[in-house]
Design a protein. Structure first.
Ligand code: ZN
Ligand code: MN
Ligand code: MN
Length: 282
């Protein structure tokens, strides 16, 4: 089975460092923030940063950015909505300059306004952003962990949003920790086949363009978004052994670790765990 492994890489010291770090670990893919993920303000990308990044990132099979956390695409509060559209447009511009194809976004929270309103907002926001930036960049909506007021924890909702946007530049980033926390039991055979059926029914497996490979510090259906190192959480080694049987889902798709490491070198342990599981399956 052809698999593509990568991880979220720090950009400390410059954007191009992320690519150098991923290369050092011999990963084929990686994810970055193109700016501070916890703020609204950001500096322009400098020509030198772009040039260095383009040089350093040659040859990877997949690179993606992750949107900052403050924008909320599902909010009907006018001010947050406006700032969120602007932020998404800016991310598309950045991705275009950096020649990065995929942008992962959290669908957001309807803040008590109801899921229907939330979905409408997301559709409007993503359409507006895609219309403003002509490029081949894809927006990947990430399934949420089932937190209170979250939009996009259920495949039904994601499917509706995708049909509402109706643009081939939209897909899904499936986070294994989020899916598990939202109640999709990918750790057991019966749960996985039900999950895959629903994914196919409401969204379509081909729409899943990226996977966030994380274990979960919280239990099945807990509704809480806490990542864990692979094999060390509630999904566990056995659970991932089961998940990797979903060949139709994971083959040739970038799988990105967002596991809680103190230093990016520790991703190699997650990588080893994955490889040893896959080896045992042969
Ligand atoms: Zn995310
Ligand atoms: Mn994720
Ligand atoms: Mn998460």
């Amino acid at each position: 089975m052809e698999i593509i492994i990568g991880a979220h890489m720090p950009i400390t010291g410059g954007l191009s460092k992320s690519a150098e770090r991923a290369r050092e670990l011999k990963f084929e893919a990686f994810q970055i923030f193109t700016r501070n993920p916890r703020g609204w303000r950001y500096p322009e990308l400098k020509e030198d940063d772009i040039k260095n990044f383009l040089n350093a990132s040659k040859g990877f099979s997949s690179i993606n950015t992750h949107m900052p956390y403050l924008p909320n695409l599902a909010s009907s509060k006018e001010e947050i909505y406006k700032k969120s559209v602007e932020s998404l447009i800016e991310e598309l511009r950045r991705a275009k300059k950096l020649q990065i194809k995929y942008i992962v976004v959290h669908v957001g929270s309807h803040l008590g306004e109801g899921i229907e309103k939330g979905k409408e907002r997301v559709i409007k926001t993503v359409k507006e952003a895609l219309d403003s930036v002509p490029c081949d960049c894809h927006i990947l909506l990430e399934n949420m962990a089932g937190q209170k007021n979250s939009v996009g924890s259920r495949f039904e909702d994601l499917g509706e949003i995708i049909s509402g946007i109706n643009d081939k530049r939209v897909g899904i980033c499936l986070d294994t920790c989020h899916a598990f926390a939202a109640g999709y039991d990918i750790a057991t055979q019966a749960g996985l086949s039900k999950t895959l059926d629903e994914l196919e029914k409401y969204i379509g497996l081909r729409k899943v363009m990226l996977i966030h490979l994380n274990d979960s510090k919280s239990g099945l259906g807990s509704g809480s978004d806490r990542h864990e190192r692979i094999g060390k959480g509630f999904i566990g080694r056995k659970g991932f052994e089961n998940f990797f049987k979903a060949k139709e889902l994971i083959e040739n798709k970038p799988m990105i670790f967002e596991t809680p490491v103190n230093d990016y070198h520790e991703y190699l342990e997650d990588y080893k765990t994955v490889m040893s599981i896959l080896k045992n399956m042969e």
